[in-house]
Ligand binder design. Structure first.
Ligand SMILES: Nc1ncnc2c1ncn2[C@@H]1O[C@H](COP(=O)(O)OP(=O)(O)OP(=O)(O)O)[C@@H](O)[C@H]1O
Ligand SMILES: [Mg+2]
Length: 412
C-alpha cells in the first residue's frame, strides 16, 4: 500500500523555476504515466519523488507521512532508468542482488528475492550469465529486476524502454503491464514519450507542460475531452487538426463558419453572446471522412501515406502552414493532387476559444492554458534523463557510470 500526495510541489534551480503548483494525488496501486514535451520536468518530478532531487517548494507525502527530507532509501521507492547501466563483471543474479547485499540481507533472503524477481521477469534461465551475453530487452529486465528485489511500495520508471528497438519495446511493454497486474497494490509512476505506452499502461495520464500540469485523466478521457489545445494536440497521433473560424449560431449545438470556407456543426453548447467569437474547431484525423454534402474541410491532397490499414492524406505541406491531416481507414490509391471534401460527426468535434475547450468553460478547476512552443504531436519525442538505481544512502545515484554495460539502442 502506498498512496502519494503532492501538494503545491515546486522546483527551482537558483532563480529559474522549472516546476510549480503541482498538485496530484495518486492512489495506492495506481499506474500513473507522466507525459509532456522534452524539458518540461518529467524526470525532475520523478527524481523529487525518489528523493534524488531536492524539493524546493510544497509537500510530498507517502501514506500520509511527509517525505520531503526523508532519504531515498527510506521512502520505499525504487527507480528504473532509461540507461540501465549494469555491472559488467557481475552475473544477472549478482546484479539483481547487489542492493540487498549492501543492505546486509542474509544469503537466503537474497536468493529468495532474486529467484522471485527472475521468475516474474522470465530471467531464470539467464541468472548465471553476464550482461554482455544478454539482449537489450533482457538487460532492461535485469534493471527492472533490481528494483523488484527490493520490494518497494512505489516503482518509478523513467523512459525504461526508449533504448529498445521497436519489437522489443512492444514485448517489454506487455511484460510491464503483466508485472503491474501481478502486483496490484504496488504504485507505479512511469515517464514516456511513447503514445502507445502512455495510452495502454496508464490508469491515469498526467500531461505536464509549461511548468505545471495541463490535465490529468484516464487515457481515453484525455483523448475524448482534452481541456485545451495543448493536450488536444499532444495526445493522439497524428495530432488533432485545428480549423479556425467564428461562431455563427449558438445553442446546444454550435455552428461555426470556418475561415477555410467550410461550416461545422459541433455538439458543444454555446450561449447568447458567443456569436462571432473566434474559435478553433478541433478534429482528429481519424474522425474525418469523405462526403459529397456539406464539408468541414475541402482541399487538394498534397501527399498521401499509405500504411495499409489506414491512408493519411496531407493538405498543405509547404513549410509555413501546419498541414491538415486526414486518416481514412483502408487503402485509397490515386488521391494525390485530387480535391477531397471531408466532414466529421458533430459529436467528434472539439471547440476551443483562446486555447481552452468550451466544454469545460464552467469548470472552476480548468487549468490555465499555456501556449507552447514545442511542436507537440506525433513525435512525443525528445531527449531523456539517465541515471542509475538509487539503492541506498551509501550509493549516490550517479555512481554507476563509467565502464558499465550501457544500452546501445538507437541514438536519440
Ligand atoms: N541541474 C540543473 N540545473 C538547471 N536546470 C536543470 C537542471 N537539471 C534539469 N534542469 C532543467 O530542468 C528542466 C526539466 O528537465 P527534465 O530532465 O526534468 O525534463 P524532462 O521532462 O524529463 O525532459 P525529457 O523528456 O527530455 O527527458 C529542463 O529545462 C532542464 O534544462
Ligand atoms: Mg526526462
Amino acid at each position: 500500500m502506498a498512496d502519494l500526495k503532492l501538494t503545491d510541489i515546486a522546483k527551482s534551480y537558483g532563480d529559474v523555476q522549472i516546476l510549480g503548483g503541482i498538485d496530484l494525488t495518486i492512489a495506492s496501486g495506481e499506474f500513473i504515466v507522466f507525459v509532456g514535451p522534452s524539458g518540461c520536468g518529467k524526470s525532475t518530478l520523478l527524481r523529487m519523488i525518489a528523493g534524488l532531487e531536492r524539493i524546493t517548494g510544497g509537500t510530498l507525502e507517502i501514506d500520509g507521512q511527509r517525505m520531503n527530507d526523508i532519504p531515498p532509501s527510506q521512502r520505499g521507492i525504487a527507480m528504473v532508468f532509461q540507461s540501465y547501466a549494469l555491472y559488467p563483471h557481475m552475473t544477472v543474479r549478482d546484479n539483481m542482488a547487489f542492493a540487498l547485499k549492501i543492505a546486509g540481507q542474509s544469503k537466503d533472503q537474497i536468493r529468495q528475492a532474486t529467484d522471485r524477481a527472475a521468475s516474474m521477469l522470465q530471467l531464470t534461465p539467464y541468472l548465471d550469465r553476464l550482461p554482455k551475453a544478454l539482449s537489450g530487452g533482457q538487460r532492461q529486465r535485469v534493471a527492472i529486476g533490481r528494483a523488484i528485489v527490493r520490494d518497494p511500495k512505489v516503482y518509478l520508471f523513467d523512459e525504461p524502454l526508449s533504448n529498445l528497438d521497436a519489437a522489443l519495446r512492444v514485448a517489454t511493454r506487455i511484460e510491464i503491464a503483466q508485472l503491474k497486474a501481478s502486483m496490484p497494490d504496488r504504485t507505479m509512476i512511469y515517464v514516456t514519450h511513447d503514445q502507445t505506452e502512455a495510452m495502454t499502461l496508464a490508469d491515469r495520464i498526467v500531461v505536464l507542460a509549461g511548468g505545471g500540469i495541463a490535465q490529468t485523466g484516464a487515457p481515453l478521457e484525455l483523448y475524448a475531452r482534452p481541456v485545451n489545445e495543448f493536450v488536444a494536440q499532444f495526445i493522439g497521433s497524428p495530432a488533432m487538426n485545428l480549423l479556425p473560424g467564428r461562431v455563427a449560431q449558438v445553442g446546444e449545438m454550435t455552428t461555426v463558419t470556418l475561415d477555410g470556407g467550410g461550416r461545422a456543426q459541433v455538439a458543444i453548447p454555446t450561449r447568447a453572446g458567443d456569436e462571432g467569437i473566434e474559435v478553433n474547431v478541433g478534429v482528429r484525423p481519424e474522425d474525418m471522412r469523405e462526403t459529397d454534402g456539406e464539408a468541414l474541410f475541402q482541399g487538394r491532397v498534397d501527399l498521401t501515406e499509405a500504411l495499409g490499414e489506414v491512408t493519411l492524406l496531407y493538405f498543405g505541406t509547404n513549410q509555413d502552414v501546419v498541414p491538415v491531416i486526414a486518416k481514412l481507414p483502408g487503402i485509397h490509391p490515386g488521391r494525390t493532387g485530387k480535391t477531397v471534401r471531408l466532414t466529421a460527426d458533430p459529436a467528434a468535434l472539439h471547440l476551443f476559444h483562446k486555447g481552452n475547450s468550451l466544454l469545460y468553460r464552467d469548470g472552476a478547476d480548468l487549468p490555465p492554458y499555456r501556449p507552447h512552443s514545442n511542436a507537440p504531436s506525433g513525435s512525443m519525442g525528445g531527449a531523456h534523463g539517465a541515471g542509475a538505481i538509487p539503492s541506498g544512502d551509501a550509493a549516490p545515484d550517479d555512481r554507476i557510470d563509467e565502464g558499465l554495460i550501457k544500452p546501445e539502442g538507437p541514438a536519440r
